[in-house]
Design a protein around this ligand. Structure first.
Ligand code: HEC
Ligand code: HEC
Ligand code: HEC
Ligand code: HEC
Length: 534
């Protein structure tokens, strides 16, 4: 009862703050965009239609804008649609790019992200890209990742979940390869619309679960909240649940305490099966082989970052900037279904629906101002995270006389390392380089740097200061960035001698490639004959 009133108080102060921001925006001359009411439709499509092309006859103009998601060449200063390797700041596009973080393979060593991690491009590529990414093993019958990965790539999730329910998630990803059509079933209309009337409709199980946990019903939410939640189905932080907490590998949004990094971090402290001393009950994505730290991997928290940023707090939705109204063939305005960087448009029309008094150059400069500042701190946070792993490694191999509380100090060092890297990743994996929430991005990076530095200091103390000299200095000279690593390379003993950190990884047995996209290169192994009873 007491809690309820407290909550209501918070809600009413949020409403008050929103009203206040609205007033400020009027004062500063920012006009509200003209928002035509969503028209009502009646189609001949069935409720369970999931093929993208089936929507073309009824909505040729929407479909035309949708196909523009195929554009994969135009870049902006920090983003755009070329799927370059996000750790490669050596080679030029399309393989690498100047704004890449060189230590990604080091920081994710031992986790599939270290094999391949590329910049995002359009929704029409979602299935093609997941079929070819090295994170899912194509050299083994088992992909090594659950079917859950499919959740944010395909409108076929509607069908999968209906047929299999919670048994869907824990299947091996490679079992699904042949079941999807890469164009027809990629992210599409049925991920966001009810085909019968094109009303906005959620397909996402984790988001429905979250709303239910808050006693909310999607159908009753205001239109603007619904529009943002469409993107919140996928552009969020999530994890694959441990078995002790419900259906294994089911995707869950870790939002019970809130959406800020500290709130998500504390959520993970009590939502896992881990038994490692010092990490009991933590959720853990993988253990970093060099520092033996139980780690978390953050994934693209756009929704979380946006939600309490300048625009999110003012009720400006993702769709306002990423789906602005366009007029095709002189016909009436429609919402563009080309989801991409608003900076690719030299006129910045999306922004200037509201910022009518600002020139495109001014607005672009403001975005870049934020991004430059955030990038600078992101690179520093990344470097200190690497140093944390290396310092812990040195301390764990230290053979001299240890302080009495050595074991406890090593646990603390690893806790700081886990936390520092998660805070770095919360900003790193977020795709706007800070624009969606400049203050929170910089604050999160400042915290990351402090936490990772505490990991270094604590490890130095655990090793009775004996490693202080070795860990002092520029990290680039202590631990070089890993530029090349993949499933195939890990099968090569020579490659595995090319970086000092590889010695903490096994050389994997040589194996041929089984999959190319969703096609088999090697026939399936013969099924074992059924066991006869008796
Ligand atoms: C639907 C309306 C709307 C759209 C579209 C919009 N903005 Fe804003 N913008 C606002 C509001 C409201 C604020 C809050 C401050 C204010 O009232 O000026 C704001 C604030 C800003 C600020 C000041 C931020 C700060 O940290 O103080 C910048 C910069 C900005 N917008 C840039 C952009 C850019 C770039 C785009 C397009 C990518 C964009 N806006 C699109 C409504 C909008
Ligand atoms: C990622 C979510 C998403 C996907 C995928 C999607 N839409 Fe939309 N669609 C929206 C949103 C958000 C709106 C805006 C609704 C509003 O403003 O009330 C919208 C609006 C519409 C409208 C209403 C008229 C308009 O232009 O605002 C139509 C028709 C439509 N979409 C058709 C399609 C078709 C056809 C596809 C597949 C080719 C598709 N949509 C895929 C999110 C999506
Ligand atoms: C079903 C899950 C899903 C939904 C819903 C979704 N996205 Fe995406 N989005 C993705 C994935 C996956 C990618 C990366 C695809 C790739 O690189 O192959 C992506 C990429 C993007 C990109 C990068 C495009 C580029 O050119 O680099 C933007 C921008 C984007 N989404 C915005 C949105 C917005 C805005 C919404 C809501 C209207 C939305 N998305 C809804 C999954 C989703
Ligand atoms: C006020 C306008 C605005 C709002 C609101 C907004 N974004 Fe963005 N978004 C941007 C800008 C500007 C960038 C940076 C683009 C760049 O660097 O080229 C960006 C970048 C992105 C990217 C990466 C694009 C790329 O080229 O790879 C994704 C994905 C994205 N936003 C998704 C979202 C989602 C999801 C929401 C809502 C939860 C949202 N955005 C809300 C303006 C906005």
């Amino acid at each position: 009862m007491h809690k309820q009133t407290h909550k209501q108080l918070i809600i009413s102060s949020v409403i008050f703050m929103l009203a206040l921001t609205g007033m400020i925006s009027i004062l500063s001359g920012c006009s509200e965009p003209e928002t035509p009411a969503t028209p009502e439709f009646k189609t001949s499509l069935k409720e369970d239609e999931i093929r993208n092309s089936a929507f073309k006859p009824d909505f040729p103009l929407h479909y035309e804008t949708y196909l523009r998601n195929d554009e994969s060449k135009i870049m902006t200063e920090y983003n755009g649609s070329v799927a370059y390797n996000k750790h490669d700041n050596v080679n030029p596009l399309p393989e690498g790019y100047k704004h890449a973080q060189p230590y990604l393979k080091n920081l994710w060593l031992g986790y599939p992200f270290s094999y391949e991690y590329r910049a995002a491009r359009g929704h029409t590529y979602a299935l093609k890209d997941i079929m070819n990414i090295d994170r899912i093993n194509r050299y083994d019958e088992k992909g090594g990742l659950p079917a859950t990965c499919m959740n944010c790539k395909s409108a076929k999730m509607n069908q999968f979940v209906k047929e299999k329910g919670d048994e869907f998630w824990a299947q091996d990803f490679n079992k699904l390869r042949e079941q999807v059509d890469l164009d027809e079933n990629t992210i599409g209309c049925a991920n966001c619309h009810d085909p019968r009337d094109m009303k906005l409709r959620l397909y996402s199980v984790p988001l429905k679960d979250y709303l239910a946990s808050k006693g909310k019903k999607f159908e009753n939410l205001p239109r603007n909240e619904q529009r943002a939640l469409m993107c919140g189905q996928c552009h969020v932080e999530y994890y694959f649940q441990d078995k002790g907490f419900g259906p294994a590998k089911k995707v869950v949004f870790p939002w019970a305490n809130g959406m800020d990094p500290e709130e998500i971090y504390t959520y993970y402290a009590t939502h896992g099966d881990t038994t490692t001393p010092g990490f009991e009950g933590n959720f853990v994505d993988w253990v970093h082989p060099v520092s033996q730290t139980p780690m978390l991997k953050a994934q693209h928290p756009e929704f979380e970052n946006w939600s309490n940023g300048v625009h999110g707090a003012a009720g400006v939705s993702c769709a306002d900037c990423h789906m602005s109204y366009v007029r095709l063939d002189g016909k009436k305005k429609i919402s563009s279904h080309h989801w991409t960087s608003p900076l690719k448009d030299p006129d910045l029309k999306a922004c200037r629906q509201c910022h009518t008094d600002k020139a495109p150059e001014f607005l672009k400069e403001r975005v870049l101002f934020t991004q430059h500042k955030v990038w600078e701190q992101l690179m520093i946070a990344q470097d200190i995270s690497v140093k944390a792993h290396e310092a812990i490694r040195m301390a764990s191999e230290f053979t001299g006389e240890k302080p009495a509380d050595y074991d406890q100090l090593m646990i603390e060092a690893r806790q700081w390392c886990r936390k520092g890297q998660f805070f770095w990743d919360y900003v790193s994996a977020e795709n706007s380089v800070g624009f969606h929430n400049p203050a929170k991005a910089l604050n999160t990076l400042a915290q990351s740097q402090q936490y990772s530095q505490k990991a270094v200091d604590t490890a130095v103390r655990a090793a009775a200061y004996a490693i202080a000299r070795d860990i002092d200095g520029d990290i680039k000279t202590i631990v070089p960035p890993i530029l090349h690593h993949s499933r195939e390379l890990q099968m090569g003993p020579e490659h595995m001698k090319s970086h000092p950190w590889f010695k903490y990884l096994p050389v994997t047995p040589k194996a041929p490639k089984i999959w190319e996209g969703n096609k088999r290169l090697i026939p399936a192994p013969a099924q074992a004959p059924p066991q006869t009873a008796g």
